[in-house]
Design a protein around this ligand. Structure first.
Ligand SMILES: Nc1ncnc2c1ncn2[C@@H]1O[C@H](COP(=O)(O)OP(=O)(O)OP(=O)(O)O)[C@@H](O)[C@H]1O
Length: 594
């Protein structure tokens, strides 16, 4: 995966194949695109006709022959109508095409969202959310921009230039056409070179902008820490240092833009002056009428205005292509964990879980699990205890298939979890995790998340079982209270109870409790433990615990150290062994007594 927020590198050639990937979006609305193109052609024809009408109006007004006012009046009227038509056709074109780009953005947005949810946990743990969301945002708007300009700008502008050069060549000789052609080439060459040269300054501004934002967000997220240590001034100074860098980068960027615009203006002014000079000489020699002079002036303006715009478009296209490439690169990222081509649906009748010589590492240079084997018999409760970092939670991540073991296998009712669909696997496992993160929604909806089609009564029942009723009863808005971002407005214990209620609602065949009571005081813990036992009844359960008092009733207790199971048996057997478990038990008992 390439890094996000990839700057536009002046040496990177433009990847034109991106345009090919946009075709399908255009083809989805063939008729609309065709109608929009018709509007475009009609508008261009109208604009090519305008200078001719002007010429005839001026010539007519200027003619010595007996004149009636009717002809110039009619011409002026035609000029007005054609100008209006030109603008209206442009508006109709944009309105028609708007739907095409909006649909493309919607399709792309959904495609990216679904893809992100398909990617593995490893990707999500190392992503930079800020950069990622900027990539998606810039990528989708880049698509809209490119589609619009590939259809309406580059081709038509080049066509218009060719037409005008052709008209000038046939009507007024080679010199006018040559001036236009040379100045267009000079303009395009200069704009491309200068834009590439400026890219470095644009990049500096982008980088400064992003680090300033990162600093600000990090500081605000740590609001409480800043207050605890009285470090407001320190934070402001750091932020201002970033802002100063941004200011400096903006200054350079502005000056380089001045050079670009100045150079372009110089080319245009030189070309226009030369054309008008040539026309003025021809008029004074009697080779041209004043109307021709006006026509040449109008055509020159008509050519250079879109040309000027083309310079802007080139700059934008470079940026858009880079942004879209990042988006496509994201879509090309393949999930490390994917359903096998022959994946079946997991069928659970008993709920037997087997870990068979499972080995695993997150990084090749550090082994986390060193051949773990154990079985959880249907309906029984297995507990895992051991030192912090021994690999207990990793067992859960493997069971949910967030990662695949490097060797060995995990089976549920005899079916390898690598050979069943992830959807069916996760349907049969419920969890009360170590850290519960909630959605910024109401308590009620957060609980219902366990089974979105659950009825109100079922949610209320889960609330009761998870011992949340009193807490919710004391809230002014009850279960409709919003929990804040990541559930931060609830205490650790309250969040854990919401997670328990969710798991109760899901009622899967296999239950996992990862330190499920770690944030509870001992009184609540006893009540919750009773509830959990109730929930776990008849279910196969895997319990990870630090406080051994919560798992004395387990059918089997696995003691882990350095990614291995070093002891196992029920509470009494392990105590009798006088090993690590017995040592831990005695230490915790002593602590409790003290
Ligand atoms: N995504 C990850 N990438 C790299 N290393 C990881 C990742 N997740 C966990 N680890 C490492 O793997 C080891 C085992 O982690 P695990 O969470 O399984 O331990 P644990 O036994 O559950 O610990 P605790 O009791 O403190 O929760 C730890 O040393 C941890 O630093």
């Amino acid at each position: 995966m390439r890094p996000h927020r990839q700057p536009i590198d002046p040496d990177t050639p433009i990847k034109w194949q991106v345009f090919r990937q946009l075709w399908p979006y255009l083809l989805e609305f063939k008729q609309r695109v065709f109608m929009a193109l018709l509007c475009l052609v009609a508008a261009k024809l109208a604009s090519i006709g305008l200078p001719f009408i002007l010429k005839h109006t001026v010539d007519n007004l200027n003619s010595d022959t007996a004149r009636t006012l009717a002809v110039p009046l009619a011409l002026v009227l035609a000029y007005g109508v054609l100008r209006l038509l030109n603008v209206i056709l442009g508006e109709v074109r944009d309105t028609l095409f708007g739907r095409v780009t909006e649909r493309a953005m919607r399709r792309m947005g959904l495609q990216v969202f679904e893809h992100l949810h398909r990617l593995d946990l490893g990707f999500h743990l190392s992503r930079q959310t800020g950069g990622l969301s900027r990539d998606i945002e810039r990528g989708t708007s880049g698509i809209s921009f490119l589609m619009r300009f590939m259809v309406f700008n580059i081709g038509p502008t080049l066509l218009e230039i060719a037409l005008v050069v052709g008209i000038l060549l046939t009507q007024y000789g080679a010199s006018f056409a040559m001036i236009i052609l040379c100045s267009v080439i000079a303009y395009v060459w200069f704009s491309m070179k200068a834009t590439d040269w400026r890219t470095e300054y644009v990049r500096q501004v982008n980088n400064a902008d992003s680090s300033t934002n990162t600093r600000a967000i990090d500081s605000l997220l740590n609001y409480e820490t800043v207050k605890y240590f009285n470090n407001e001034t320190y934070e402001a100074n750091l932020y201002d240092a970033n802002l100063a860098e941004w200011e400096q980068a903006r200054r350079k960027n502005r000056l380089s833009l001045f050079a670009l615009n100045g150079g372009q203006a110089l080319i245009i002014a030189t070309a226009m002056t030369s054309m008008l000079l040539l026309a003025a000489i021809d008029v004074s020699n009697g080779d041209m009428t004043i109307g021709d002079f006006v026509l040449i002036n109008a055509f020159t303006m008509q050519i250079f205005m879109p040309l000027n715009f083309l310079g802007f478009v080139y700059r934008e296209i470079r940026g858009s292509l880079a942004n879209i490439e990042n988006l496509f690169a994201l879509l090309d990222t393949t999930p490390k964990v994917a359903d096998a081509a022959s994946a079946t649906t997991l069928k659970v009748s008993l709920g037997k879980v087997e870990f068979d010589n499972v080995k695993f590492n997150y990084h090749v240079d550090r082994q986390i699990l060193n051949g773990v084997s154990f079985t959880i018999e249907p309906g029984s409760k297995v507990a895992v205890v051991g030192e912090s970092g021994a690999g207990k939670s990793t067992l859960v991540k493997l069971l949910f298939r967030f990662y695949d073991p490097t060797s060995g296998s995990i089976r549920i009712d005899g079916q390898s979890i690598a050979q069943v669909s992830q959807h069916s696997l996760r349907q049969h496992i419920g969890i009360v995790p170590q850290d519960t993160v909630l959605f910024n929604d109401t308590i009620f909806e957060n609980i219902r998340y366990g089974r979105p089609d659950a009825s109100k009564d079922e949610v209320t029942e889960a609330i009761k079982l998870a011992h949340l009723k009193t807490f919710i009863g004391n809230l002014p808005e009850g279960a409709e209270t919003k929990v804040g971002e990541r559930g931060l407005k609830l205490s650790g214990g309250e969040k854990q109870r919401v997670a328990i209620a969710r798991a109760i609602l899901k009622r899967p065949a296999i239950m996992v409790f990862d330190e499920a009571t770690s944030s509870l005081d001992s009184q609540s813990e006893q009540a919750i433990l009773r509830a959990l036992r109730e929930v776990a009844k008849g279910h196969t359960s895997l319990v990870i615990a630090h406080r051994l008092s919560t798992i004395v009733d387990a059918d089997n207790i696995l003691v882990m150290r350095d990614g291995r199971i070093i002891e196992q048996g029920d509470h009494d057997t392990l105590l009798a062994q006088q090993g690590m478990y017995a040592g831990l038990w005695q230490a915790q008992q002593r602590q409790a007594n003290e």
